[in-house]
Design a protein around this ligand. Structure first.
Ligand code: FES
Length: 93
């Protein structure tokens, strides 16, 4: 299990390692906007505040969307990033 903290609400939830942030947040209102939930729309973009190394490396689909969005290196897609350890992120909503 790993702990995910979502800013600015400071909501913390536990998630099984290997699950995506989206799988962990489910329908919780944590300020992350979900659309396709499959790495195609980019609506779930988040900024990683702490422990980027505790997320899986982005796969090709995510890298393409992030590039199209001109994302910074700290930004990921919540529906694609798999949690490997404790991490702190900030939602866009
Ligand atoms: S919800 Fe569409 S890319 Fe994540």
């Amino acid at each position: 299990m790993a702990s995910v903290k979502i800013l600015p609400q400071k909501k913390i939830f536990e998630i099984a390692t290997g699950k995506t942030i989206q799988e962990g947040t489910g329908e919780l209102d944590v300020g992350i906007l979900y659309g396709c939930r499959s790495g195609r729309c980019g609506s779930c973009i988040i900024r990683v505040v702490e422990n980027m190394e505790n997320l899986s490396h982005p796969e090709k689909r995510e890298r393409v969307i992030l590039r199209n969005l001109m994302a910074t290196p700290e930004e990921r897609l919540a529906c694609q990033a798999r949690v490997l350890g404790d991490v702190t992120v900030e939602g866009a909503g």
